[in-house]
Design a protein around this ligand. Structure first.
Ligand code: GLV
Length: 376
């Protein structure tokens, strides 16, 4: 396993197509999904030589928390369908690597399951549902689990269609279509991991929503529950419920970034939801420098969208991010090799980042700025 692409290839063989595609895909024609990668690839790094780079330090603080790397594991819906107990495995790998893990509202393992599996506090990602009582209860559960930050996703008031999911009939648990059964039968290690896993459905929701005990109606409830009426005003409600650290995820526009900076949140995440929402939106990396310029030091800037290597982390930091979030990159590791696979994904990115810093002539992440980029 030399790079994230190796993990990806192995995950594709081991994870049923429906779930691999769910992770891999984007919305509609997937133009924004592709742009996230191609725009990162276009950014050239500036090679420097004969600089003393013998004292390299990759450490950082992320919203006040010490971290071994400027990296965090992004919230991923259905992570536990990539591999049984996926959220527990990933949170342990993040803890061992000394970086933050963020649990999704739409996870398979529940907040309480992850809290029992790790000592290091993790972050909880929240979708505000129409049922505000339920959203409040989720926030209270995150507080009881001693989560150290609430990550509020604000770019999913309506769901962008992912054609692959429609074609594959993607449901949780899988719909028993012939094609799905045949596909799963060829992936016995996955099937065993999921069968042995704690949960088979959305762990944060099941058993917490009255009258919605069976899984199909739960899925319907989810699709009807995202709230299109949400506005910046609702953030005051969240603020009152959660006095702790808040991260606002899903900002791509300078005007929105300025509004986010005024909320008193600790950080914003420049993100187009991994190319899974507005197809046709700019790539995340092209939006980053404008957002970073607009908010200055008013709020920490995090970045996600297409990070597959340590070189990508360096590019994003050079363009104004303080921290990068990885989603697919760690999911490939999870599908390829469970907890060890996630650890491998983090280690690969760490080593690439370390070597690339050295080859650009920098010793610490504080030194990384636009000067590490080569402009034509
Ligand atoms: C959910 O957040 C998704 O992108 O599927």
């Amino acid at each position: 396993m030399t790079c994230i692409e190796d993990l990806r290839r192995r995950a594709r063989r081991r994870v049923p197509t429906m779930f691999f595609d769910y992770a891999e895909g984007g919305s509609y024609e997937e133009t924004t999904l592709r742009a996230n990668r191609t725009d990162l690839d276009r950014i050239k790094l500036r090679q420097r030589v004969l600089v003393d780079v013998s004292r390299r330090d990759l450490g950082n603080t992320i919203i006040g928390e010490k971290a071994a790397l400027p990296l965090a594991l992004a919230p991923i819906g259905l992570c536990g369908m990539q591999w049984g107990d996926g959220e527990i495995l990933a949170s342990r790998a993040a803890q061992a690597a000394g970086i933050p893990f963020c649990l999704s509202t739409m996870s398979i393992c529940a907040i309480e399951d992850v809290a029992a599996a790790v000592d290091r506090p993790f972050w909880f990602q929240l979708y505000v549902m129409k049922d505000r009582g339920f959203s409040r209860a989720l926030v209270e559960r995150a507080a009881a689990a001693k989560c150290s930050a609430l990550v509020l996703t604000i770019d999913l008031q309506v769901l962008g269609q992912r054609h692959r999911d429609v074609r594959n009939g993607m449901t949780v648990p899988p719909e028993w279509r012939f094609a799905n059964i045949a596909n799963i039968a060829m992936r016995p290690a996955w099937a065993l991991s999921v069968l042995a896993g704690k949960r088979k459905t959305f762990g944060n929701l099941a058993g917490h929503v009255r009258g919605m005990e069976d899984v199909n109606s739960l899925a319907q409830w989810i699709s009807g529950q995202f709230d299109p009426s949400l506005t910046w005003k609702d953030l005051e409600w969240i603020r009152a419920l959660w006095p702790g650290k808040l991260v606002i995820k899903g900002v791509l526009d300078v005007d929105d970034a300025k509004l986010a900076a005024r909320t008193g949140a600790s950080a914003l995440v420049v993100s187009n939801h991994g190319g899974r929402q507005l197809d046709g939106a700019p790539s995340s990396i092209s939006a980053l420098p404008k957002v970073a310029d607009a908010v200055g030091s008013d709020i920490e800037v995090m970045f996600d969208g297409g990070i597959r290597s340590g070189q990508d982390v360096l590019r994003a930091l050079a363009l104004g991010a303080r921290t990068c979030l990885i989603g697919r990159a760690y999911l490939y590791g999870l599908g390829a090799g469970g907890e060890a696979g996630v650890a491998k994904a983090i280690e690969l990115i760490r080593n690439e980042f370390d070597v690339s810093m050295a080859l650009c002539g920098v010793n610490s992440i504080r030194e990384i700025g636009p000067q590490v980029l080569a402009w034509d």
